[in-house]
Write a protein that binds this ligand. Structure first.
Ligand code: SF4
Length: 315
């Protein structure tokens, strides 16, 4: 999987002070499963070190990028560099983007916007993020600041791997394999958005008998929209209960009650998600419940990432 990442998070000395912001999760954990494509529009525009900049937006005037040293509007160079970086990362078959938070270029909803008088008016997307969202509307994107939150990290990593799985699947898809893909992703999709899961089911049902290319296009759009939504403890609990229903006829009353206790403890944030999931997995294997064993939700990303072991990893 190829992920575009703000160069400073990769340890490259491209910040205004010629420093970096190496991110441990990106460099030490995710790097074992992804190849990185770096970008830094500000380094490309102004080199490093350079005076810091800020975004200024006053009423109907166009957005300005002001040098904090000279007050000069240096927007043109940054827009040009951002376009070049965008073209450069677009050459790769990207599976996601990770941005550096709070930057005028890379902040995702966290770039400060100032008024002419120097007051901060609020926060928005940085210049490069706006361009990336326009160019790749369904691509998984997150900023590193939010990845410090275990719940958001779990959601983003799940989205990255779900996105990659669809990209691989669609290369050789037909109607039968789509039905199967939907079946295997049932609980993962339900943990994200039940309504979208149902809509996806209708697309796969194809009662209008549309052409397969049309169905696949509709499915892709809704699937990628669904995997971008965040799960919640309530939705995850429902999914766990639903999965346990497939074991009903195999488990004795003691096993059932232990599984339900684990699900309740997870919902009360006493134990991490991995606990009830491991038990479900174990019973599914023991009783060879194929429907459960084939579910993406049981292992949506490489287990070495161990995100589900964090007690705060689903809210
Ligand atoms: S936040 Fe973006 S523009 Fe700023 S140094 Fe990092 S990569 Fe470059």
């Amino acid at each position: 999987m190829k992920i575009a990442v703000s160069g400073c998070l990769l340890g490259q000395k491209v910040r205004f002070d010629a420093g970096h912001k190496r991110d441990d999760f990106i460099m030490d954990a995710l790097s074992n499963h992804a190849e990185y494509v770096s970008f830094c529009p500000e380094h490309l525009a102004y080199s490093s070190p350079r005076p810091s900049i800020r975004l200024v937006k006053d009423q109907d005037k166009p957005l300005e990028v002001r040098s904090n040293k000279t007050g000069e509007n240096v927007a043109e160079a940054l827009f040009e560099a951002s376009k070049k970086d965008l073209e450069s990362i677009a050459l790769h078959n990207l599976g996601g983007i990770v941005f550096k938070s709070k930057s005028p270029s890379c902040g995702m909803g966290s770039a400060k916007i100032y008024q002419d008088n120097g007051y901060c008016e609020g926060k928005s997307d940085g210049i490069f993020v706006v361009m990336c969202k326009e160019r790749f509307p369904l691509l998984p994107m997150e900023e590193e600041g939010r990845l410090c939150d275990p719940w958001l990290r779990e959601n983003f990593v799940m989205q990255l791997f779900a996105y990659e799985s669809f990209e691989n699947f669609k290369l050789d898809a037909d109607m039968n394999s789509l039905v199967n893909f939907h079946k295997q992703n049932k609980f993962m999709l339900q943990s994200k958005d039940e309504a979208l899961y149902r809509k996806l089911g209708k697309i796969v049902g194809n009662h209008e008998e549309n052409a397969f290319e049309e169905i696949l296009g509709e499915y892709e759009f809704l699937y990628k929209t669904a995997i971008a939504t965040k799960s919640s403890i309530g939705k995850t609990r429902n999914v766990l209960e639903h999965m346990s229903g497939f074991l009903k006829k195999h488990l004795d009353s003691e096993e059932k009650s232990m599984l339900h206790e684990q699900i309740n403890d997870y919902a009360a944030q006493i134990t991490p998600l991995i606990l009830p999931l491991s038990t479900l997995h174990l019973y599914a294997k023991k009783y060879n419940v194929r429907y459960l064993l084939e579910q993406v939700f049981l292992s949506p990303y490489p287990k070495e990432l161990a995100l589900r072991s964090d007690i705060k990893c689903v809210k």
